[in-house]
Design a protein around this ligand. Structure first.
Ligand SMILES: *[C@@H]1O[C@H](CO)[C@@H](O)[C@H](O)[C@H]1NC(C)=O
Ligand SMILES: *[C@@H]1O[C@H](CO)[C@@H](O)[C@H](O)[C@H]1NC(C)=O
Length: 387
C-alpha cells in the first residue's frame, strides 16, 4: 500500500499533465503536449543510437508448415501525403508459386521512421475493399521500426483475382517541425496448404471449411477513386449519413457486412467525453462533448440492419505517448473490424436492383472514418436464390 499510493498519485498526475489528445490523423496545428515530449526526445543527443522497435501484443498467426510465396506489393516513402491521392500499386496474385492452393495469406507491414512526427492513421485497400486499418508509431530521434502481420485469408477470393489496384493512404505532414517520413514496405505472404492436411479435409465428411468458409465475392462499400484522401467515408456529426449504392449477384445465399471504423480529432477519446450539460455548467472550452456513448449505425435502404460499439483503441500518441513506447495499445497497429450478418435481409436485396448501405454515428463529433466490405457467398448451382 505504501508504494501503491504515491505511484498511483504520480500516475494520475502524469496523466493529467497530458491533454487527452494524440493526433492520429489530420493537420494537428494546435500544440499538444505530446509534441513536447517528442521534442525533448529529439533534442537529446542520441542520434546514433539504435532504432527502437515498437510492437503490439497480439496472438500470433497460426501458420502452416509450408514455405510462403512472398512478394513485395508496395515500397513507398510517406512524406507530405496529407490530402493527396493514395499511393497505388499493381496487384496480381503470385503465378509462379509451386502451389495455387493457399491455406493462409498474411499481410506484413514493415515501417521505419526517424525524427519527429505524429501517429498517423492509414488504410490499405485492394480494389476498394479495405484489408487493413492501422496507426503508425510515433518516431524518436534515434529512429523507430515496427512490423505488423495480419491474417488476411478471409479475403481469399479477392486476393486471387488478377490485375487489381492496391491503394494505401496515410495522411502525413512533413515540415520543419515534423520531420518524420514513414518508409514502408508492404508484403503479402501466400502459404500453400499442407498436402496431408488438405487430403484429410477432402476425404473427410466432417469438413472444417464449412465452419470457416470464406466469401466467394467481396464488394467494396467505400468511396470511389480517384481521391484526395482515404477511401473511407467521413462522418462528421450525429446527423451526417454516408451512403454507397451496390448491387449483388442474385445467387447469393449468405451476406456479411464487415465494418472498418476509426475515430479522430474531437471524438478520438469519445469514451471519455463529458455530457454537454457538464461542459456548459463548468464553462469549459476546448472540451469535446456529446457524452461517452457512440454507436455506429448501419442501414440497408434506410432500414437499420446492425450497430457497432467500437473497441476503444488508443493510438500510439494517445493520452501520453510514453505509455505506448515500445508497446503500443491493443488494436492500434491492427484496428479491429466488425461483422454484421445481413443474410436475413437478403430477400430485400436479391432483386437485381441497386440498393444502398448507409453509415451514421450516434452522438458523433468530427470525425469518424468508416467503410465496409460486403462478403457474399454464392450458390454456383443456382441462378437465383429463393426461399
Ligand atoms: C453535419 O455534417 C454534414 C456533413 O459535413 C453537414 O452538411 C451538416 O451541416 C452538419 N450538421 C450539423 C448540425 O452540423
Ligand atoms: C460560468 O460563466 C458564468 C458567466 O460568466 C458565471 O456566472 C459562472 O459562475 C461560471 N461558472 C463556473 C462554474 O465557472
Amino acid at each position: 500500500m505504501a508504494f501503491f499510493f504515491p505511484s498511483f498519485l504520480f500516475l494520475i498526475f502524469f496523466l493529467l499533465q497530458q491533454p487527452l489528445f494524440s493526433t492520429a490523423t489530420l493537420h494537428g496545428t494546435s500544440l499538444f503536449k505530446s509534441h513536447l515530449i517528442t521534442q525533448l526526445d529529439s533534442s537529446s543527443k542520441n542520434n546514433n543510437a539504435t532504432p527502437t522497435t515498437y510492437f503490439e501484443v497480439t496472438k500470433s498467426i497460426d501458420l502452416p508448415k509450408t514455405n510462403p510465396c512472398s512478394y513485395l506489393v508496395l515500397q513507398q516513402d510517406f512524406g507530405y501525403t496529407y490530402g493527396k491521392t493514395p499511393f497505388l500499386a499493381n496487384y496480381t496474385p503470385p503465378f509462379n508459386c509451386p502451389s495455387q492452393k493457399f491455406s493462409k495469406i498474411v499481410l506484413e507491414w514493415k515501417a521505419t521512421c526517424k525524427g519527429r512526427q505524429f501517429d498517423r492513421i492509414f488504410g490499405v485497400w485492394l480494389s476498394g475493399v479495405e484489408i487493413f486499418r492501422s496507426c503508425t508509431a510515433e518516431p524518436r530521434a534515434n529512429g523507430i521500426a515496427w512490423t505488423v502481420k495480419k491474417d488476411i485469408t478471409r479475403y481469399y477470393s479477392l486476393l486471387m483475382m488478377k490485375n487489381q489496384i492496391l491503394a494505401v493512404y496515410m495522411g502525413n505532414i512533413v515540415d520543419s517541425t515534423y520531420t518524420g517520413v514513414y518508409h514502408v514496405e508492404l508484403f503479402i505472404h501466400f502459404y500453400p496448404a499442407e498436402e496431408m492436411y488438405s487430403d484429410y479435409k477432402r476425404n473427410s465428411d466432417y469438413s472444417y471449411e464449412a465452419f470457416d468458409s470464406r466469401a466467394d465475392l467481396i464488394l467494396p462499400i467505400s468511396r470511389n477513386m480517384p481521391l484526395n484522401d482515404g477511401l473511407w467515408f467521413e462522418v462528421e456529426n450525429s446527423t451526417d449519413v454516408q451512403s454507397k449504392e451496390f448491387e449483388i449477384p442474385q445467387n447469393a445465399y449468405r451476406a456479411v457486412l464487415e465494418i472498418y471504423v476509426s475515430f479522430h480529432e474531437n471524438d478520438e477519446f469519445w469514451y471519455g467525453n463529458p455530457p454537454n450539460d457538464y461542459i456548459r455548467a463548468n464553462n469549459l472550452t476546448d472540451t469535446s462533448g456529446n457524452g461517452a456513448f457512440r454507436e455506429v449505425v448501419v442501414s440497408v435502404d434506410d432500414v437499420v440492419v446492425g450497430a457497432v460499439w467500437p473497441f476503444t483503441v488508443i493510438y500510439t500518441g494517445g493520452v501520453n505517448p510514453l505509455l505506448w513506447r515500445p508497446i503500443s495499445g491493443i488494436g492500434s497497429f491492427d484496428l479491429p473490424s466488425y461483422d454484421i450478418e445481413i443474410t436475413p435481409f437478403l430477400g430485400k436485396i436479391l432483386d437485381g436492383n441497386t440498393h444502398k448501405i448507409s453509415f451514421s454515428v450516434t452522438n458523433a463529433l468530427n470525425v469518424w472514418y468508416i467503410d465496409a466490405n460486403l462478403h457474399l457467398w454464392l450458390d454456383e448451382k443456382s441462378i437465383k436464390t429463393e426461399g
